[in-house]
Every structure is written in structure tokens, then in C-alpha cells.
Design a protein around this ligand. Structure first.
Ligand SMILES: *[C@@H]1O[C@H](CO)[C@@H](O)[C@H](O)[C@H]1NC(C)=O
Ligand SMILES: *[C@@H]1O[C@H](CO)[C@@H](O)[C@H](O)[C@H]1NC(C)=O
Ligand SMILES: *[C@@H]1O[C@H](CO)[C@@H](O)[C@H](O)[C@H]1NC(C)=O
Ligand SMILES: *[C@@H]1O[C@H](CO)[C@@H](O)[C@H](O)[C@H]1NC(C)=O
Ligand SMILES: [Cu+2]
Length: 282
């Protein structure tokens, strides 16, 4: 019958269209030892993804799929967790070691594959073995699908790079937690709080490498804060400026104005800020 043939044709067109609209991206995340210098130490070896600290940012649109091939060239067992991703029907990609998978041994690899659906905003990923997450972490940004926009009134003119707040230890973080487990004492607190892997300019030997986010006066910016610290609740404020909170943990919020954010470890908050106050450095 010509009519049913036509409906079928339309249906398969719609199917093709939806397949084309949702994209799949592929990444290789190679865990390896990397030498970095922080806090006056000449060098320290830490685990990173692809030699980057913090690790690479995943940028997706709602509905997209991602494949991350984890290759462990480091010296520890490791897994990766996609913090906050709902993992509908993809539980084997969630990542906590000994919960949804065996740890990936040095020299081995593991393929994570998942789709982000019904979530928009800021999430992040991190190692989920021992304290490797002290240096093995990065942002995961989910933007509205192509053709749709943010549900808040003021559309940002610019999006700043994600702002990852973290902790730095002068020791190997795996040794810090091992010592604590052995002795039963609380683990040593970190030696510095960091923004995108860099201690603030008030720490010794750190003013040269502070994270800098250039902004234009009067423009509305979208800022994404991520608390990637292991154990520390963090307060955030911007000198002279209020922020409009528009999202948290990849959900939109009813917008509200505040001068202060509180983020517990693992939480994220998206804010709009119009930088228009002196002195021009915050
Ligand atoms: C590393 O992971 C394997 C399983 O993948 C496990 O058998 C082994 O005990 C782990 N090694 C350490 C040091 O935790
Ligand atoms: C913990 O801190 C103490 C005092 O600063 C230091 O002597 C010790 O080496 C640290 N231990 C670990 C495992 O980080
Ligand atoms: C920030 O908000 C507070 C409280 O509403 C207000 O008093 C202050 O003037 C605001 N600051 C700026 C720079 O808009
Ligand atoms: C937040 O502050 C801005 C600038 O003062 C104002 O235009 C906006 O209406 C405020 N938003 C809310 C939700 O109070
Ligand atoms: Cu997490």
C-alpha cells in the first residue's frame, strides 16, 4: 500500500535524523606519570591523564555519547568515574573500583561508553582508586543540544574555562592515604588549595603560575565552578561582584543572586557574572 510505505519512509527519515543529531565522540585517556613543580619543590611526579593537570575537559551536547578508552601506563591500578552522569543502562561505565568493575592494572586498558541524556550543565570526572583523584580529574560540560539555548534570561556573551578547585599535597597522595590507613590517624591535610591545578598567588613560589581568566568589562560571563578537592568544603566569592546562580550539578536552578558560594567536594555550581567593578583583578 502506498500510504503505509510513505509512513514507513517518514519514520526511517525521523530515525536517521535522530541518529545524526546525537553525536558520539572518542577520546584516549592515557594515565601516566608526569613531572610538575608546585610550592617551591623543584619537581614531583604525579599521575595525570595525557600529561595534563587538570586533565582534559570533555565538552558534549545533551544527547551525545562518549567513548573514553582508558590506557593505564601508570604504576597504580586505576578506574575513572564520571561524576554525576546518570549512566542509564551503562552501569559498567560508572567506574568505582570493585563496585562496577575491576581496577585497570598498569599496562591494561578499559573502554567507557555512555550517553548524557536529560542532564545539562557542569559535571566532572575523576579517578576512583585510592587517592589518585588528587591529580586525575577534569571537567565534563554538557551544553544544550544544537539549536536550543540556556533556559535563563541573560544569555552569556562568553563562557570562561571551567574553574576546578582542588587540593595539592607535597607528598604522593597515595602515600598520604596509605600512611593514614596504616596508623589509623586522619590523613595529612593538603599543602595548598588550587585553582586549575595552581596554588593561589599567596602560596610560596606560586604567583607566577596562578590561573588567569581574562574577562571584558560589562560582558555577561558563564562561570562553572567544580569542587574537585578530596575532603574540603570550599567557599567562593569574587571581589566586588555578585553572582547569579543558574545551575548546580548539571541541573538548572531558579536563578538567585549571591556574593558567596559553598561547594562540598564533588559539587558544581554555574553562575552568571557581569564584571563591571574596579579594580579589574579579582
Ligand atoms: C589491581 O587490580 C587487580 C584486579 O584488576 C587486583 O587483582 C589487584 O589486587 C590490584 N592490585 C592492587 C595493588 O590493588
Ligand atoms: C604528614 O605531615 C607530617 C608533618 O608535616 C610529616 O612529617 C609527614 O611526613 C607527613 N606524612 C605523610 C604520609 O604525608
Ligand atoms: C551585591 O548584593 C548585595 C546584597 O543584595 C548589594 O548590597 C550589593 O550592592 C551588590 N553588589 C554589587 C556590586 O552589585
Ligand atoms: C540579580 O542581580 C541583577 C543585577 O543587579 C539583577 O538584574 C537581577 O534581576 C537579579 N536577579 C535576581 C534573580 O534577583
Ligand atoms: Cu565523584
Amino acid at each position: 500500500m502506498p500510504s503505509s510505505g510513505c509512513a514507513c519512509w517518514l519514520l526511517s527519515l525521523a530515525l536517521l535524523w535522530s541518529l545524526a543529531a546525537a553525536k558520539e565522540q572518542y577520546h584516549e585517556f592515557v594515565i601516566r606519570e608526569t613531572t610538575v613543580k608546585r610550592l617551591c619543590k623543584t619537581s614531583q611526579t604525579v599521575m595525570t591523564v595525557n600529561g595534563q593537570f587538570p586533565g582534559p575537559t570533555l565538552e558534549m551536547e545533551e544527547g551525545d555519547s562518549v567513548v573514553v578508552n582508558l590506557i593505564n601506563r601508570g604504576s597504580y591500578n586505576v578506574t575513572l568515574h564520571w561524576h554525576g552522569v546518570r549512566q542509564m543502562r551503562t552501569g559498567w561505565s560508572d567506574g568505582p573500583e570493585y563496585v562496577t568493575q575491576c581496577p585497570v592494572r598498569p599496562g591494561q586498558s578499559y573502554r567507557y561508553r555512555f550517553t548524557v541524556a536529560g542532564q545539562e550543565g557542569t559535571l566532572w570526572w575523576h579517578a576512583h582508586s585510592s587517592w589518585l583523584r588528587a591529580t586525575v580529574y577534569g571537567a565534563l560540560l554538557i551544553r544544550p543540544r544544537h539549536g536550543s539555548s540556556y533556559p535563563f534570561d541573560a544569555q552569556p556573551t562568553r563562557e570562561l574555562d571551567p574553574i576546578l578547585l582542588g587540593e595539592w599535597w607535597d607528598m604522593n597522595p597515595v602515600d598520604v592515604v596509605r600512611a593514614a590507613t596504616r596508623t589509623g590517624a586522619a590523613p595529612n591535610i593538603s599543602d595548598a588549595l588550587t585553582v586549575n591545578g595552581q596554588p593561589g598567588d599567596l602560596y610560596k613560589c606560586s604567583s607566577q603560575d596562578t590561573a588567569v581568566f581574562p574577562v571584558k568589562s560589562g560582558e555577561t560571563n558563564l562561570l562553572r565552578f567544580i569542587n574537585a578537592a578530596l575532603n574540603t568544603e570550599l567557599f567562593v566569592s569574587l571581589a566586588g561582584h555578585n553572582m547569579t546562580v543558574v545551575g548546580a550539578d548539571a541541573s538548572y536552578t531558579k536563578p538567585y543572586n549571591t556574593s558567596l558560594l559553598l561547594l562540598a567536594p564533588g559539587q558544581t555550581t554555574d553562575v552568571l557574572v557581569t564584571f563591571d567593578q574596579p579594580p579589574g583583578r579579582y
